[in-house]
Design a protein around this ligand. Structure first.
Ligand code: IVH
Length: 679
């Protein structure tokens, strides 16, 4: 390569690294996997080693990551927060050790081996044992003062106490803030349920939480701090090794990694690395490697620093869990509940020791977000034991004949229309009663107690009946009596069981309109909604022909459910099944015309302990008057019935200005409407 080509390659790498650095440190939104970043970084470093004279002045290999955001006050670290060199394999680890041995000939060297936490480095200042300041690493020289946020971290001592050790006048502890995996998953699940942004990984969740200007947000996040070093201690703590100084910190209540080792040789370091790599999925926190440090603090001093990295420590990263491959095709799979999930068929590729050839793309929104097309080159990654995921599409490698992917209009299994109401993330097959992919769920639901109530069929026989090809859809249930011989071939199915089954099928034919509607398994139509629909529409024909407006006016039917109902009765195959069910003899008495329902459509919540009845009874009274009883208080709640020890729901109702009734007032109101306990 001539010089200008080398420079051009360096410039390109610097530019790409700078973009990703900005995304990672400033935006908290990484655009590539860490391992991919490391690969690019390594490539640049290698070029610089081969051509030191061409090293560019703005190379990131000479400085550390992010820049402080302007929102917080900034502070210059009195001891800079540096970064670590990397090794990726045993050869590079041996080289690291050899360089140390050359500088410290004839000295015994022990290594302190720690987890490399994948979080955010911070510095904590304690003056006379009191936490006075918390600062982020920032660019290593200058960080952001985030003291108030740091004080909300629960496992971090705010005041140092010890009965045996004098408290230092000044102590600066360095360590990592992170979000343990369990807390991260809980936070994401909660955010998803609330329709709020979810975080890509625990590191981003921790970074996003620490950067909140409002400390109450940080306080609500499950953050933890792990110490890994002492930048200053006056008077000196008196420990002579890294491992002992970490141990010394634990007596004040600082947490350190749940695993760490002192190794006598580099071979032992390698063994520890393999052990940790194997146990990685079981650790409570996310790690991206291990940190190997010369244990003796005097030796550390002798070794000193090279550029911005200590010679006495390095990060031993875990092997890349990301790989590049191409998308050969994108198929749609239909789940048991009718959801359509796009699955990318990949050119098989090894990712972290496992061959990956299929990866879920979750939903059409994800396809749009990634902008992934058939033919594209993608990065696929696995973290720990997690399922492989497409992390990123590389548009620069897109072939001219790439194919865009659209949501199919028809279910790939049963041809029924595919529907996706506005505001829903998932597309579904509307042929719920007919679609083979949804058969087993449809049958289990149809025969369940609150639906057609056919005893034994759901949990005991459904699978065998499907295997014998006796049930293509739920209407076939009512023709099973014609297949006695075949039924007897099912294991454990004797004459008596056959008769019992046929009897309970026969008995189920007499039902109620509400149970029948519920049994159809229309999305969003639970028991209560089914009852409201039965009361409102009275006949199956009226329900089948109801328009969107009429459905939306029905108590308990939201806009999306109304659309699901329309979609259900528009799928021709569903109608065939419904007709066959009625033809088989399912019938019901006309629903009782709606009685006086003074609380029609209102949303009520019952909480706390009631002395005269259980919450279930209170719920039944309210439902009898037409109210909908929900489990959580929102702005839409009409009224909260609060018993003893009502707690957070009461607080929320008061905050939202929702009316609250105590038990006495509630009973009085019920009596007014003719509902009483012995009624
Ligand atoms: S020691 C002179 N120990 O890794 C630097 N760092 O790549 C001394 N890190 O900025 C750092 N776990 O945020 C050290 N057990 C550990 C660590 C650790 C994670 C992070 C730290 C540092 C980065 C360097």
């Amino acid at each position: 390569m001539d010089q200008s080509a080398v420079v051009a390659q360096m410039r390109q790498l610097i530019q790409v690294l700078a973009q990703h650095n900005h995304a990672y440190y400033v935006m908290d939104q990484p655009t590539i996997e860490d391992s991919e970043y490391d690969q690019l970084f390594h490539q640049l470093k290698a070029l610089e080693q081969q051509h030191p004279e061409l090293t560019q002045p703005d190379t990131p290999t000479r400085k550390v990551g992010g820049k402080a955001l302007s929102k917080f006050e900034t502070l210059t670290h009195s001891v800079p927060m540096l970064s670590l060199g990397n090794v990726f394999n045993q050869q590079e680890l041996n080289d690291f050790a050899r360089r140390i041995e050359e500088r410290l000939p004839n000295q015994k060297i022990q290594y302190d081996v720690e987890l490399k936490f994948d979080g955010l480095a911070i510095s904590l200042w304690y003056e006379h044992g009191i936490l006075v300041r918390g600062v982020t690493r920032g660019d290593g020289e200058t960080g952001e003062v985030i003291t108030e946020n740091v004080k909300t971290i629960r496992n971090l001592p705010k005041v140092l106490t010890s009965t045996t050790t004098p408290i230092p006048e000044l102590l600066e502890v360095r360590g990592e803030v992170l979000m343990p995996k369990a807390g991260f998953e809980k936070l994401n699940a909660e955010n998803e349920a609330k329709g709020e942004k979810t975080f890509a990984n625990p590191r981003n969740a921790a970074a996003g939480s620490l950067r909140q200007l409002d400390p109450s947000i940080a306080a609500s996040r499950p953050l933890a701090f792990y110490a890994y070093g002492i930048a200053q201690c006056q008077p000196h703590h008196g420990q002579s090794t890294m491992s002992a100084s970490l141990e010394w910190l634990t007596q004040f209540g600082f947490a350190v990694g749940e695993q760490h080792f002192v190794c006598d040789s580099i071979q032992e370091v390698q063994t520890a690395y393999e052990k940790i790599n194997a146990e990685r999925p079981n650790l409570s926190v996310e790690i991206d490697g291990m940190v190997i440090k010369v244990d003796d603090l005097k030796q550390q001093q002798q070794l000193g620093f090279l550029s911005r990295e200590p010679r006495w420590a390095t990060a031993y990263k875990f092997p890349a869990v990301a790989a590049l491959t191409t998308v050969d095709n994108i198929d749609w799979q239909v789940g048991r509940t009718g959801t359509l999930t796009p699955v990318a068929r990949l050119n098989p590729v090894a990712v972290g020791g496992v061959t990956v050839s299929n990866v879920t793309l979750h939903n059409i929104g994800e396809i749009h977000r990634l902008d992934v097309r058939i033919g594209d080159t993608v990065s696929v990654y696995r973290s720990g034991d997690v399922i492989p995921k497409v992390e990123k599409v590389w548009p620069e490698f897109r072939p001219v004949d790439s194919v865009e992917v659209h949501l199919p209009e028809q279910c790939p299994v049963c041809d029924s229309p595919v529907v996706m109401p506005e505001g829903e993330a998932l597309a579904r097959c509307s042929g719920g009663l007919y679609c083979a992919a949804q058969r087993i769920e449809a049958i289990r639901h149809f025969v369940s107690r609150k639906a057609m109530d056919i005893e034994g069929l759901g949990d005991r026989w459904a699978e065998s009946l499907l295997h014998l090809d006796l049930l293509k859809d739920v209407a076939d249930i009512y023709h099973l009596h014609a297949h006695r011989e075949k039924l007897l071939t099912i294991e454990k199915m004797g004459e008596k069981s056959v008769q019992n089954l046929i009897d309970s099928i026969e008995k189920s034919k007499k039902t109620s309109f509400a149970s029948f509607i519920f049994a159809l398994g229309i999305r969003g139509v639970g028991e209560t909604t089914a009852r409201m629909l039965a009361n409102t529409f009275q006949t199956l024909d009226a329900l089948r022909n109801a328009d969107l407006d009429a459905l939306k006016k029905t108590p308990d039917v939201g806009d999306i459910t109304a659309e699901w109902i329309i979609d259900f009765f528009q799928a021709p195959h569903n109608l065939e099944v419904v007709d066959r069910l009625i033809a088989a003899g399912i019938h019901w008495d006309a629903p009782i015309a709606p009685t006086r329902q003074p609380l029609n459509g209102e949303s009520w919540v019952v909480t706390g302990t009631l002395s005269s009845m259980g919450r279930d009874e209170a719920t039944q009274m309210l439902q009898a008057l037409g109210a909908r009883v929900s489990g959580s208080v929102s702005a839409k709640t009409k009224c909260l019935v609060a018993g003893e020890k009502a707690g957070s729901k009461l607080d929320k109702a008061e905050k939202l200005g929702v009316a609250v009734l105590d038990e006495q007032a509630f009973l009085a109101l019920m009596a007014e409407y003719g509902q009483s306990l012995d009624a």
